[in-house]
Design a protein around this ligand. Structure first.
Ligand code: FNR
Length: 364
């Protein structure tokens, strides 16, 4: 039963989280890079896109199921990998994966999860899960963790290419993982090096980031795992073509929720040119960054995304009520999306085409 004071939109959930999470955590989750130009743009760009609904079509049944990398999902709305979820709720990633399981969709797990990738997998063995990997100078560490993910049943590696180092933001400069939480996938590093605090281990991990890598890293990653690789963080058609040439099976168009290079365009704005660049290759294109409403999902699919991913909304759901909160987030997005489909005259995902949107002229 919902009460009149329960949050009913993702924005209300964010407000709830801002009032209930401690400042260290809320600042870490909510901020973007530098002046938050791209963070704001992620919402503004969705708002600029207008819909062209069609009337009097039979929309009495909607089918929103989709396949992602050949896996059937109940809806084209998945969970982006985001770090340190146990700061938002003690059950952290376990709560998220339970909610994802009950909704029948897919979850990206961050390399920086506060529950180990094995424990998350054990909690929901039949749920589709993707594991997110970072670019490290220590290739052995990358290989070991990738193979652990493969063994635990993850279905793809999301290779994050947009943070060869971390974008800067005032709010996050002071961030420290609280002492009672763990860099759960790094226990072997901790055992070997015996760091005295999360701050020391965190600094070590940051120092491992490798900004010398080039596209050959994809060839290397594919040589050490049989899992499909999805490249996360692509913003140009040029890079999308390179990802295809180097064997990516999927492209996640993303600006990391505005957390890396400030001043890049909204992911939704560059989505069409990327979809166009890889057309005919069989490589799937997804997007994240700024999805907060069912109509955003409709717009992203109309512009060619196969599915969308959401990052912060899941955190706000965790802060609200753990598993139930994440479930509420996914249900809100699903129900809003289905309503938007009906009002726009779409009975199935096939009906969601580019003729459904009007885009403002872009600057180039
Ligand atoms: C992220 N994101 C992220 N991405 C990644 O590849 N590895 C990670 O560990 C994290 N961690 C992380 C933490 C937090 C708090 C946020 C908000 C985001 C980026 C994430 O996967 C996704 O790209 C964005 O969150 C999408 O934007 P929205 O939905 O938050 O607007």
């Amino acid at each position: 039963m919902t009460s009149i004071t329960d949050p009913v939109t993702i924005d209300e959930l964010e407000k709830y989280a801002s009032n209930h999470l401690d400042k260290n955590a809320f600042d870490y989750y909510s901020t973007g890079a530098e002046n938050d130009v791209t963070l704001r743009e992620n919402r503004l760009a969705f708002n600029r896109i207008k819909l062209r609904p069609r009337m009097l079509r039979d929309v009495s049944h909607q089918d929103i199921s989709v396949t992602v990398l050949g896996h059937k999902l109940s809806m084209p709305i998945c969970v982006s990998p985001s770090a340190y979820q146990a700061m938002a709720h003690p059950d952290g990633e376990l709560a998220t994966v339970r909610a994802v399981r009950s909704l029948g969709t897919a979850m990206g797990l961050s390399l920086y999860s506060t529950t180990s990738l094995e424990d998350v997998a054990l909690e929901a063995p039949n749920t589709i899960k993707f594991f997110q990997m970072q670019l490290y100078t220590d290739r052995q560490l990358m290989a070991t963790i990738t193979r652990r993910a493969e063994k635990a049943g993850y279905k793809a590696i999301l290779l994050t290419v947009d943070c060869p180092l971390y974008g800067r933001h005032q709010g996050r400069r002071r961030f420290e993982l609280p002492g009672h939480l763990k860099y759960a996938n790094f226990s072997s590093v901790q055992q070997r090096k015996r760091f005295k605090s999360n701050a020391e281990l965190g600094a070590h991990i940051i120092a491992l980031l490798d900004c010398s890598v080039d596209w050959k890293i994809l060839d290397w990653l594919r040589s050490i795992t049989s899992l499909p690789v999805v490249v996360k963080g692509i913003l140009t058609p040029e890079d999308a073509r390179l990802a295809v040439q180097h064997g990516a099976k999927g492209i996640l168009v993303s600006n990391h929720g505005g957390r890396q290079l400030d001043g890049v365009p909204a992911a939704i704005e560059v989505l069409p040119e990327i979809v166009n660049a890889v057309q005919g290759t069989g490589v799937e294109v997804y997007m994240d960054s700024g999805v907060r409403l069912g109509t955003d999902v409709l717009k992203a699919l109309a512009l060619g995304a196969r599915a969308v991913f959401v990052g912060r909304p899941v955190i706000w759901g965790l802060a609200y009520k753990g598993e139930q909160g994440v479930k509420a987030v996914l249900q809100m997005l699903r129900d809003e999306f289905k309503t938007a489909m009906v009002l726009a005259g779409c009975a199935s995902l096939k009906d969601i085409t580019s003729s459904l949107v009007m885009r403002p002229a872009t600057s180039h």
